[in-house]
Every structure is written in C-alpha cells, then in structure tokens.
Design a protein around this ligand. Sequence first.
Ligand code: MCA
Ligand code: AMP
Length: 471
Amino acid sequence: MTALLPGLPRASLEVAGTRLDGEALAQAAGAVARDLAGTARVALWCEPRIETALGAAGAIVAGAELVPLNPASGEQELAHETGDSAPGAILCAADAALPATLAGLPRIAVDPAARAAPVAEAADPDATALIVYTSGTTGPPKGVVLPRRAVAANLDALADAWAWTADDVVAQALPLFHVHGLVLGVLGPLRLGGGVRHVGRFAPEAIAGALAADATLLFAVPTMHGRLLEAAEADPAVARALGGARLVVSGSAALPARIHEAYAAATGQRIVERYGMSEALMIASARHDGPRIPGAVGTALPGVEIRIVDDAGAPQPPGDALGEVEIRSDALFTGYLGDPAATAAAFRDGWFRTGDVGSLDPDGVLRLVGRSSTDLIKTGGYRVGAGEVEAALLEHPAVLEAAVLGLPDDDLGERIAAWVVIAPGTGLADDELVQHVADQLAPHKRPRAITRVAELPRNALGKVQKKRLLG
Ligand code: MCA
Ligand code: AMP
C-alpha cells in the first residue's frame, strides 16, 4: 500500500499565477478529499487553473478514480465521455461555467483556500487512478484505464532517467486533461515533492519567465518547442532562459531534427526527447547522462521492454529493420473502459501494439518513423482520429462524403485536412464547415484545410483510398 503522492506536503504548485506550497497544499488537497468522501469516480473540469491540479491531487489522495475532461470539448464528446464513464460528480472551480450537458452531475467545488487535515492515501495500487479519453482510428474516444501502480512505476522510471528530484521545478503550459500535462507535469512533481509552474496559456515569454525564476525542467510538445525556438532566435532573454534549464524535454509527437539542432545552436540546450502514449505512459527516453540523438526517442525506460515486429508479428533483430513497436511495461493501462474487444485487439502474445512504426538500434535506441495507420493524426501533440472528424463533417446536411488525413505541417507536425463532397447547389463556405466541426468536437480537431471534390477515390469494395487524395 504505497502512496502515489507522498511528496505532497513538500511540493509547490502554481498554475496561472496562483500558488499553494507544502502544508497548505496538502491541507487544501485534504479538503478536496474530504468533499469527495463516498464518490468512487469523479470527473475533473480541466481548465488551466489551480483548481484543476488541486482537484486531481485531492482525488488521488482520496482514492477516487479521476476522469479528466477537456473544457473545450463539444457537447457530444462530453456526453459520450460522461455517459461512458458515469462519474458520480464533477470537480471544478466554484465559478466554472459548465455546459448544459453536465447539468445532471453533482458539482463539487474545489476551493484553494479550504483546509482540512491531510489525508493518508489508502487506495490499493491495483485500483484505477485515471480514465483518460483518447482518440482511436474509428468511433468516439475510448477511456484508457490507468491503475495507480502504473502511474507510480512510470514516474519513478522518469525520475531515474532524468535524475528528477524534489529539487526540480517543472515549467509547463500543457493541457491538463492528457497524460503529458497532468501525469508528468502535475502528478510527477507532487509525487517527488518538487514544484510545478504551469503558466496557463502557452506563450514563449511566460515559459522563459518561469525558467528565469525557479523552474529547472521544461515539459512541452514539439509545436511549443518550435515556437520557443523562434522566440529564442529573436530574443536573447528567451534563449538564456532555455539554455539555463537543467533539462528541456519534448514529447507527444516527433521532434523534427531541424528543431533539435537549431535549438542547440540558439540556446546551447540539447532537447531530451521521450516517447509515450496514453495507454502505456512513457515508453522510452534519452537519459540525463546519455546521448540526445536528433530523430531518436532514447532507450526503453526502466520497467519497459521494446520489440519491433514485422507485418506477421515476427520479432525483428535490432538494426535497420522497420516494423511496429510492441511493448511490455509496468506502466500499461488495464484496458479500454467497457470495451474488452478493443482491449484484446491492442495486444499480441501479451505485447501491447503501439501502432507506431520504427526501428531499434543494437544499443537499444528507438527511432520512430510514423504510424501503421493514416487514420490517427498528431496535430500540435494532440491525437485525433480521422473517423471522428469525418463523422462530424457528415453530420452536416450538405456533406455527402468526407475523408480526413494529416498533412505535414511545420508548426503543428501534422494539420488536419478534409476532402468533402458537397451536395450540389449548397452555398456552404469552407469556414462554416470548419466551424461546424469546431462546434461539435474540441477545436483542435477542426480541419485546417478543406478540398472539395466531385467524388472520393474508392477501390472495388467501395473503401475510400485516402492515399490517392494526396495526388
Ligand atoms: C481556433 N479556436 C477556435 C476556433 N479556431 N475555437 C472555436 N472555433 C474555432 N473555429 C481557438 C482554440 O480553441 C484555441 O483556444 C485557440 O483558438 C487557438 O487554437 P489552435 O490554433 O488550435 O491552437 P494553437 O495555438 O495552434 O495550439 C498549439 C498548442 C496546442 C498550444 C501547441 O496544440 C497544445 O496545447 N498542444 C498540446 C497537446 C498535448 O498536450 N498533447 C499530449 C497528449 P484555447 O487556446 O483557449 O484552447 S498525451 C500524449 O501525447 C502522450 C501520453 C505523450 O507522449 O505525451
Ligand atoms: P496519445 O494517445 O495522445 O497519448 O499519443 C500517443 C502517440 O503520440 C504515440 O503513439 C506516438 O505516435 C506519438 N508520440 C508520442 N511521443 C512521441 C515522440 N517523441 N516521437 C514521435 N511520436 C510520439
């Protein structure tokens, strides 16, 4: 029975300028835990403010299962996620404006000024810590069930890889409803007894300010690093702040080698790249004392085994052979909520199939080259299923057919592009169609380019041949 957040009474948590330290933090989390008594599973309204991080801490110490919700989600996403996970209540700031879809859920207000005796964690390590919704190639997002022991094991593995201690303070501006921002960027420091400086909305100057003050680590996605690089090239103060960090970490999507090299030239800082997935938490990383190789994501973390398999599932010897990345790990999810068929399909011979394609050097360094399916898009570090966007487009009465792909994008890594067949005689503008998707789904899932076609290319079986859309 080991605690997930033993460091809470020594930690320091700041989000968007509001800060709680040490005993006050543990007591404020104690008040959340007290208010959660009797709630087995709770949703969390993840705005970038201290109530979100404090609500997460309180739920973890109370042993409640936490379901983080993106406040920019569309109504149908919220209805799906809360219908699927059936939380007993929702944790949010007292003044949060919740949409009508959530009106049926009892609200539990998180009050950073409340104090109660700190709670001794008593939850079983096999109990669920989090249910994180993430996109698949088809259908609505699935709930990834993460047990407490997976979170604890993975954070300890990262502490080893990065020499991450209570002396470290993490600067970040990540969304708090995904693993990167919430598990690594909040629960990590709270487990270790270190600091979090979440700056609220991402801006290079805000991150530089946190690093110039007391932050020692930076966690960000490649899109943010690309924008930080531009700012560093224009402003020596930003370059100095990035150069002064103990470690700058990138993950959630491929970091272009171009950014890695230019960042080193502009700031003197070589980015530590790491690779993860909602279902498996962190899988591989460059080590604090090891090489930081552009285009590689480091070596397997402690507790993780990696193999490369061919199309038939046969393991490949280390070297240049490309294949699907499969893993065994102490940090794996226990399954997709309520979907044993999808869970079973994600494993082969006891190995989790990541869907990522790469190779493993003889010294264990993993290189990723892409994904096995074109139907999962990574845009700005967000995973978006093409099927979800296609379904939203098809909900518009004027859209007869729709196909969605990710196209290479200098800023976002990939940008969502849609090919649509519009009913003849409809005066539908592209931006109306984009807004239609942005209204139904979180805005990061909206297409950034629309191409109108007379028909979609299909094979003899009627299946859309997406690669032919690229011309
Ligand atoms: C724009 N907006 C709109 C519309 N257009 N709202 C409504 N309707 C529209 N038509 C709003 C957006 O909601 C957003 O508001 C703002 O305008 C800017 O939108 P956008 O252009 O989409 O954002 P951006 O500035 O390009 O964002 C870049 C970003 C963001 C900051 C890098 O993509 C981001 O935070 N990415 C992080 C994703 C992440 O953490 N992934 C980790 C997954 P507002 O800003 O208010 O929302 S976990 C994972 O991958 C694994 C475990 C791992 O390995 O880590
Ligand atoms: P998510 O479901 O949002 O957790 O996204 C997980 C996916 O992000 C992985 O399967 C990879 O495709 C991608 N990803 C995460 N980190 C990296 C990285 N360092 N390099 C390339 N892809 C990454």
